[in-house]
Each structure stands twice: as C-alpha cells, then as structure tokens.
Design a protein around this ligand. Structure first.
Ligand code: CS2
Ligand code: MG
Length: 405
C-alpha cells in the first residue's frame, strides 16, 4: 500500500482548523488535526513544503518509522510547528491502520481500560454568582467535574470569560491584531479564593472542581495560591505558572497538597520529563495535536503512568473534532487516565464539516467502535468557510510590562 496524496486543508467555521487528509492507492484515507491557534499558516507551510513531499509513495502502515523519520531524522527537531505537523500525519496514519484492520484505534493501542471517559466542563461568568449558576446548570446536565473561571473585578477582560457576543474575531475587529489584556495577581487572588469558597458552600464536597490559572503567576505566587485553595479540595489547579524552567514546579509542589496539572502547550516528553519523574505534577495535559500525535502522546502517558501521574488531555475549542476523536481512543485505553477537558458541543457549521461517531452523555463520553478514529471531514462543507487570520490575545501587567497570556 502507498500514500498517493496528502491534502492540507484549512477551514474557519467560527475558528480556524487545519486538517490533514492522507489518501492511499487502496482508496482508504486517514485524517489528522494540525491546528495551532493563531499560527495555522506556519503548520500548513511546514507540511506542504517540508513534510508532504517526503511521504508520497511511502507505505502508510509504517507509522513508527514515519514518526521516527519526521522526528529523529530531522536535525531541527521539536517545537510546536514541527510537532503539530508530525501529529497530524501520525493521527491520519493511525486512522488508516484502524480502517484497514477494521478496528477502532483504541483496540490497536491494547484495548479499553474503562467503559467511558469522564469529562470536565467549563463554567464561566462575569460574576461569581453567574459562574456558580452556570456550574449548577452543567451539574443538572450530568457533569461531575467542572472548571470554574470568573471575571476579575477591576480588570477589563479575564481569560476564559468571553461574553456571548465577544469571540476573538470580534475582539480583533477588521484588522486582526492580538487583543491586549491586563493582569494583576493581587486582584486575582481575592476573586479566585472567594470563587472556590462560595462554590464549596453552594455545592458541598462531592463535585470535582478545577481551575485554570493560565500561567499568569510567578512560581512563588503559584505556591501561595495553591496553598490558599487547599481548603476547597480542587481536583487540580491548571498551569499555576510557566514550566519552561521545570524546577519552578518543585517550588510550588513543596508548598502545597493541591493537585497540579500542566501540559497543553508541551510538544514532547522533553517538556515534562522532570515534572513527571520528580512527581511535581499530578496530571499531564498534553494534546495529541501538539505533542506528536497518538504516537507522541502515548509515550508521554506511558512515562507518566510509572510515576503516578494521570493524563488529562487538553480539550479547548481550538483543537478540532479529529483531535477530540484521537483523545477518545487514548482516554479509553490509558490505564492512568484522569479526566478529559470538554468545551461543549461544537457549533452547527463545525458539526457539518466534522462528523464524529463518539457519544457525549451526562458528562461522560463513549468511544465509538467505528474503524480508525471514527471521524470524517466534509471537504465541500469546509470550503464554504475560508481561513481568517486571527490571533490569541497578549497580556501586560498594569504598568505595561509584557506578561504571559
Ligand atoms: C486553555 C485553552 O482549555 C484550556 O485549558 O488554556 O483555552 C487555551 O487558552 C487555548 O487552547 C489557546 O489556544
Ligand atoms: Mg488551559
């Protein structure tokens, strides 16, 4: 069997998604997600100019050799762009292998470790009360784990709290440039501690509560917040600080028993080796799209398993339903699965383009038994929504200093 064509397709049904379609001479095709929010064209160029030409006429069944060829074989290895390109190719090859075998990908990984996949949903609000009302509504829908994010009084915009009308395109206007946000740790501490205090008062001890700091704190600030939140028993505190220096998490860990999670921007095991082997974190949040596909993420999850670190894959709306499908298989297989982030159902346009067979019910997902990844891509529908340039915001401290977004 040979790879006869590889298409790299971009569509914007409300946000940009980059999809790889590998077509074989046997007529079977596979799909992969290569979306990097705000850097879509860089991955497209990397694929079209550098990756695709090397793969035409190769046997699509050689997943491992192709992964090694694109990773080990390349002098300029790692980094988000290269690893997203590898990821999309890798997912598409697993999809093809499953279709040839007539088996869902989780069976190729070794079979299921569980009946279903627990999801955590997002409750956001302009006020604490609104956030808690939204959380209550999600609990009514069956969610047993909820991430709480609330607007910070005194700051113009807060991560995770985009009102109904405001999407990133609207924030950016006709001449897209990164929207600017402001950060103040002092204002944030007060809000976030109050948010979780009220949440526990209202909901009691049983519901799993989570929160994403989105890397805004310094290591010592992160340590302080983790400690302040201890009475409210979080399932995990996400991205408490940046981990470019992995030692930062040693500092946080030494001060708290709040479980820690990180990893959505990681590209390989080398971004989290010390975090995992020293057991400075409890959950690894890497995504198949950004960490080298199913092959890359499976290795990270296996390494995490022997250090008692659980998986909790990134599930933001900027990962396409193809990535969601890949996660469904990894989540169903991984012996050390923790929880899957879920940002809710996709919009109508996206659902028209990406059709997947995985079921979501009562805060739980059920992996499909369709051969391969169990997701399809409608090229004609996708062509109706052309690419639109878009940026993620940037963040500054109140005095204007550039900060982590
Ligand atoms: C996030 C994302 O889902 C999450 O936890 O931190 O919303 C993240 O901001 C986006 O994926 C960025 O593109
Ligand atoms: Mg996050």
């Amino acid at each position: 069997m040979k790879i006869s064509e590889i298409k790299v397709l971009v569509t914007c049904p409300g946000r940009n998604f980059v999809t790889v379609k590998i077509v074989t001479d046997a007529g079977v095709y596979g799909l992969g997600d290569a979306t990097i929010n705000g850097r879509e064209q860089a991955v497209i160029a990397c694929l079209n100019e550098h990756v695709v030409p090397c793969l035409i006429d190769r046997d699509p069944q050689d997943i491992e050799d192709i992964w090694q060829y694109l990773y080990r074989g390349v002098y300029w290895r790692r980094g988000p762009i290269g690893m997203a390109a590898i990821a999309a190719i890798d997912m598409a090859l697993w999809d093809i292998k499953g279709k040839i075998a007539g088996l869902p990908v989780y069976q190729l990984l070794g079979g299921r470790s569980r009946k279903s996949v627990t999801l955590y949903a997002h409750a956001n609000g302009e006020t604490i009360d609104e956030t808690l009302e939204n959380a209550a509504a999600l609990m009514d829908q069956g969610f047993k784990a909820i991430r709480l994010q609330s607007a910070i009084p005194g700051l113009p915009v807060t991560y995770g709290v985009l009102g109904e009308q405001k999407d990133y395109f609207e924030l950016q206007g006709n001449r897209p440039l990164p929207p600017e946000e402001e950060w103040s740790t002092k204002k944030y501490y007060k809000l976030v501690v109050e948010l979780f205090k009220k949440a526990r008062e209202k909901f009691g001890p049983d519901v799993h509560l989570l929160h994403d700091v989105h890397s805004r704190l310094t290591p010592i600030e992160a340590a302080r917040l983790s400690k302040l939140l201890e009475p409210y028993d979080l399932m995990f505190l996400e991205d408490a600080c940046i981990a470019e220096n992995q030692d930062s998490f040693k500092l946080v860990r030494n001060h708290t028993v709040t479980p820690l999670a990180i990893g959505e921007t990681f590209n390989s095991i080398w971004d989290c080796k010390e975090l995992i082997q020293n057991q400075w974190i409890d959950y690894i949040r890497a995504a198949a799209t950004h960490a080298g596909g199913i092959t890359g993420l499976r290795r990270i999850i296996d390494f995490a398993a022997i250090h008692d670190v659980k998986s909790a894959p990134h599930g933001a709306p900027d990962l396409s339903p193809i990535c969601f499908a890949a996660h469904m298989h990894l989540d169903s297989w991984a012996p050390n699965f923790g929880i899957q982030e879920y940002s809710g159902a996709v919009n109508e346009q996206t659902a028209k383009i990406f059709k997947h067979a995985h079921e979501v019910n009562d805060g739980t997902a059920f992996v499909s038994d369709a051969p391969g990844l169990g997701v399809d891509f409608d090229e004609e529908a996708a062509a109706e929504y052309p690419y639109k340039r878009s940026y993620l915001p940037v963040s500054r401290l109140e005095d204007g200093t550039m900060w982590h977004w």
